[in-house]
Design a protein around this ligand. Sequence first.
Ligand SMILES: Nc1ncnc2c1ncn2[C@@H]1O[C@H](COP(=O)(O)OP(=O)(O)O)[C@@H](O)[C@H]1O
Ligand SMILES: [Mg+2]
Length: 257
Amino acid sequence: MRGASQPWLVRCDDGASYVVKFQNNPQHARVLANEMLASRLAQRIGLPVASPAFVEVSGALLGSSPHLIFELGERREPILPGTQFGSRFPGVPSETLVVDFLPDRLLRRVANLSAAFLGAFVFDKWTCNCDGRQVIFHRRADETGAAYSVTMIDQGFCFNDGEWTFPDSPLRGLYPRRLVYEKVRGMESFEPFLTRVENLAMDELEECVRGIPDKWCEPYPHELAQLMIALYARRFAVRQAIIDARNSVLAPFPNWH
Ligand SMILES: Nc1ncnc2c1ncn2[C@@H]1O[C@H](COP(=O)(O)OP(=O)(O)O)[C@@H](O)[C@H]1O
Ligand SMILES: [Mg+2]
C-alpha cells in the first residue's frame, strides 16, 4: 500500500484481509500501539473505524515472500516477524472499490457523512491526532452508481506519533474538504460523540490497552499507563478545543450561529 509506514495488504487465516503495519516500520513502533488503542477508543464511542486486529506474521511467511521488505531509499530493510497491527479491509479486495478521496459530488452522497466527520473531529481533538484526518470511501465494485460508505483509518499519529504528548493547536484535525462541516450549527452538532467521550470511565479506557505488546511501546512501555491517565483527564478539554477551532483563522464552521 502507499503510506510512509510501508504497510502491506495481507489475507489472514480468519479469511479477512488487513492492511498490516509492522513493528519495525520506518516510522515508529508506537504507531502500532497508537493504531490499536485509538481504533478501540473510536469503536467505543461509536465511530465508523476500520476494525483493528493483532496479526501474527511468521518468519516462515517472510522467508518465503522475498518481496515483503521495507525500501528505504537505496537500502532494503527486512521486516521482522512477530505480532503486527492489522486494519481490516472493508470486504473482499477483488470485489470492493476503495478510494482515499472523492470529488465533491460523490462526497456529498456519502451515507452518514457529517456524523462520521464530526465524530472524527471530536476524536482527533481528544487524542491530539497530529496527522490530517484520513478515511477511506468504499463500495461494492459491482454496484455502479451506489453511494460510498466512509471508514476512518490511520490513527498512527494520535497522541503525537511516538512522543505520547498532546501539542494542541486550533488548526489540527480539520479535514481539508470543508463541505463535511457544513451541517455544524453549534456544539450540539458534535453529539452524541462529545458526551460519549466525556462519559468514558477509566476501566473502559483500560480495556482498550488490553494485550498491546510492550514491544509496540518502546523505548518506555510504562508510559502507556501515563498516556491513559492523560487521555482520561483530557476528556473535558474537547469542548473548548472545538470552540478554539471555530474561532480560528480557518473559520471551519460557517453555519455555526
Ligand atoms: N483498513 C483499510 N482498508 C482499506 N485500505 C486501507 C485500510 N487502511 C489503510 N488503507 C489504505 O492504505 C493506505 C496507507 O494506509 P495508512 O494507514 O494511511 O498508512 P501510513 O500510516 O503509512 O500513512 C491508505 O492511504 C489507504 O489507501
Ligand atoms: Mg496515512
